[in-house]
Design a binder for this molecule. Sequence first.
Ligand SMILES: NC(=O)C1=CN([C@@H]2O[C@H](COP(=O)(O)OP(=O)(O)OC[C@H]3O[C@@H](n4cnc5c(N)ncnc54)[C@H](OP(=O)(O)O)[C@@H]3O)[C@@H](O)[C@H]2O)C=CC1
Ligand SMILES: N[C@@H](CC=O)C(=O)O
Ligand code: NA
Length: 430
Amino acid sequence: MKNEISIGLLGMGTVGSGVATILQQHQDDLRHKLGVPVTIKKVLVKDLNKERLSSLDPVVFTTDIHEILDDSSLDIIVEVMGGIEGAKSAIESALKAGKGVVTANKDVMAQYGHELLKLADEQKCDLFYEASVAGGIPIIRTLEDGLASDRITSLMGIVNGTTNFILTKMKTDHMSYEAALAEATRLGYAEADPSADVDGLDAARKMVILSSLAFSTEVHLEDVLVRGMKEIGDGDLEIAAEFGYTMKMVGSSKKDEDGIEVSVEPVLMANSHPLASVNNEFNAVYIHGDAVGETMLYGPGAGSLPTATSVVSDIIAACRNLLLEVNGKRVHSAQHERVIKPESRRYAKYFHRLLVNDEVGVLAKITATYSNHGASLQSVIQRPAEKAGQAELVLLTHRISRQQHLDVINELAGTASVISHYRIEGEETA
Ligand SMILES: NC(=O)C1=CN([C@@H]2O[C@H](COP(=O)(O)OP(=O)(O)OC[C@H]3O[C@@H](n4cnc5c(N)ncnc54)[C@H](OP(=O)(O)O)[C@@H]3O)[C@@H](O)[C@H]2O)C=CC1
Ligand SMILES: N[C@@H](CC=O)C(=O)O
Ligand code: NA
């Protein structure tokens, strides 16, 4: 029986320093829960001269990753340094050396998760990654354990704290996009390269991880339809509000007899839906299961201590397994074949905002375009445009396929200029 668990920490930035803080401040509780102390023995950083907030002994810091990966006295490696290839290779080396691994790295888990989980299985080691999706929310554990009894049919979530923070600040404080992004970066929410946040890639990676787990299928990044924040047009947040919607960057994943569909895009969320009131850096995942019905998890999606909470909970899980000698005893292999739905089988309501010349017959031409593609309209509203002689039209469709939506948008380009277009979500529960 071990009398201490030793940790090697790869990275001491936003998340790593939170991990060190929690491990130090909660040491008594951890000792009570596990029966042994958990100690950070080595920490990898890039710059030894950087000022650190932690009270760790300076001798634990190193810039040589081999000093950590080759140290046989370390039981668990915690990867919170980010990046892809270097982090993946560190995780592989740790697993091959028989160590447990905890990571917050969604980039690696989305791209190589299936491969690494298989390796962990073969090595009889743990690989935990709760912090990789929705920072402080125990969503991975919920899907793996809490809802293990159910068959999940859909997941819809705000899974990127940075973009949710930006949208909230733009709407409620009328902050500019640039100022809100700078603030999210200052607060440690944004990725090292924030284009991953604003272009939707970070959320897409998280949806790959969640969809793979929820549907026990190997979902890949290229299966995710992604539209970033740059698609949001001037004035769209305000117009969305006029129509009873809130603009949100939403990850959505559904499964039915036709297959799986996964997307990340700005959507118009009905104000009555709980996801419409998830603000700032908070995340939420709304799950539908055959048996449970609807359930939602809510909490901080980014930031030092919230994310570190998930990392430390994973450390505790790995420690428990180590002490009980039951590491790596989880089922990771996908149960179902991967079938991705074509655009013609993905149904939703859509919001189209157009600019037209205000002349006789234009409305007839526009509505004819919808009829040509069998797309039924729920309402058409004319609004004044800035320029004389022009009018703005907002058209809301009934449920149509994504293919019909794209065909309409394509054909409309001859008659109108399409200012913006969004999927509408959340009205079913209104
Ligand atoms: N920030 C957040 O809210 C969340 C982040 N994540 C994920 O957690 C991981 C860490 O993120 P975060 O803490 O924000 O990142 P930071 O950039 O704040 O920290 C990275 C740390 O790793 C060290 N590091 C990076 N590359 C190397 C290298 N090649 N060699 C040695 N040390 C290196 C840096 O050293 P130095 O300090 O010397 O620069 C730094 O201490 C990422 O995968 C991220 O996606 C997940 C959920 C939330
Ligand atoms: N940049 C990410 C950090 C957490 O995963 C986000 O904003 O959600
Ligand atoms: Na989580």
